[in-house]
Ligand binder design. Structure first.
Ligand code: CP3
Length: 343
């Protein structure tokens, strides 16, 4: 087997690269015809919890495109299987929690768990993958705020009003929930790292809903503890939040190696506000891929130009790839990024 390609990890560590590495969020998913075909015979939960299936889906984008990293096929909701929070995937909506949590009794009912025992299929999938992959595998988990808001709201929400209310009405209950999630998330990510993941990403997709003061007091301390615990392993930690540029002064304090930038803000501006110590990941607007290859590559060149002064850049989209994306446009994008950034 060829040695694992280091380009992505070198960029995470702000070390020299031969060209800019690229992977895209949600690369293992619905825009791929081979994924849609496989999903006809299996539920989403089956795909996540069966190592043969999760492995196969993780490999799909790596086989088809010249990606510099793979991301484990799973979902933000998978740890809920161990926590004792029931949910189902609803067509066109996503995961829906059967009984969202709202009070102390609900929080005290959450099951403390060790990921290796409670989610053995994750370890097995990662082990299988790292035996086969010639690029690094990224493990992932939801960040505590986003995991908690899913449990409280029950599904994606416009304003996360129930969550923001709980934080203010009962900060002690919120802290109990966050303590519990901190332990759970550390266990999930450490298990993935122990099984062979080369980097981990914390998805805080909904953190942009918080004010600076609320984020600083009610989300940041737990993120800092999680990152501190992961740092002992030496693997790069990526933190990604959406619509969160108002939170940049706080994001600097998390301790992550790489910060994900969504499509709303130019990379040079993010770099200026975040400072020189972070590699940045991003940030092509996912809809650029829907506008045709020419437009997509023009926009990609702008992202590369914006990244020219960064200490480390991992090309990615500003959020997940849209299900209606033509895979051939992504093929052109991946090759373009490599060619145009060749040192
Ligand atoms: O990036 C990858 O390719 C790895 C797999 C991955 C999935 N979900 C698979 C998935 C990852 C990293 C996630 C993370 C995730 N899941 C997040 C955070 C990242 C983000 O995009 O903001 C969130 C909020 C979820 C919860 C979730 N799961 C939603 C809201 C939905 C429905 C909407 C959507 O974008 O699909 C899902 C379903 C889901 N997760 C699918 C996949 C491939 C589609 C399932 C299907 O219909 O086959």
């Amino acid at each position: 087997m060829a040695p694992v390609r280091e380009r992505f990890l070198n960029a995470c560590r702000k070390q020299p690269v031969d060209c800019t590495p690229i992977w895209v969020m949600r690369q293992a998913g619905r825009f791929l015809p081979e994924y849609r075909e496989l999903r006809k015979g299996h539920t989403m939960v089956e795909c996540c919890t069966t190592p043969e299936l999760a492995t196969e889906i993780t490999l799909m984008p790596v086989r088809r495109f010249d990606m510099d990293a793979a991301i484990l096929f799973s979902d933000l909701t998978v740890p809920y299987l161990a926590i004792g929070v029931e949910f189902e995937f609803k067509e066109g909506v996503g995961p829906v929690i059967t009984q969202p949590i709202s009070n102390r009794t609900d929080v005290e009912r959450l099951i403390p768990f060790e990921a290796e025992q409670a989610l053995p299929f994750v370890t097995e999938s990662v082990q299988r993958l790292t035996k086969q992959l010639e690029v690094p595998l990224i493990g992932f988990c939801g960040a505590p705020f986003t995991m908690a808001s899913y449990m409280i709201e029950g599904k994606s929400s416009r304003d996360y009003a129930k969550t923001r209310t709980m934080i203010q009405a009962d900060p002690e209950l919120w802290a109990t929930l966050m303590d519990y999630l901190e332990r759970s998330i550390c266990s999930c990510l450490l298990a993935q790292i122990k099984a062979g993941a080369s980097a981990v990403q914390l998805f805080d997709s909904w953190a942009g809903a918080l004010s600076v003061a609320t984020y600083r007091q009610h989300a940041l301390p737990w993120l800092q503890r999680i990152v501190k615990c992961l740092k002992q392993t030496g693997v790069p930690v990526i933190y990604f939040a959406v619509g969160a540029s108002h939170l940049y002064p706080c994001l600097r304090e998390i301790g992550a190696d790489v910060l994900g930038v969504d499509w709303r803000i130019p990379l040079s501006q993010a770099h200026q506000q975040l400072g020189p110590e972070f590699a940045l990941q991003g940030n092509l607007d996912p809809t650029a891929l829907l506008a045709g290859t020419d437009v997509c590559l023009q926009q990609a060149q702008i992202v590369l130009d914006e990244a020219s002064e960064l200490p480390g850049h991992i090309f990615n989209l500003g959020h997940g790839i849209m299900p209606s994306t033509d895979p051939d446009v992504l093929t052109s994008l991946v090759d373009f990024v490599h060619d145009r950034s060749r040192r």
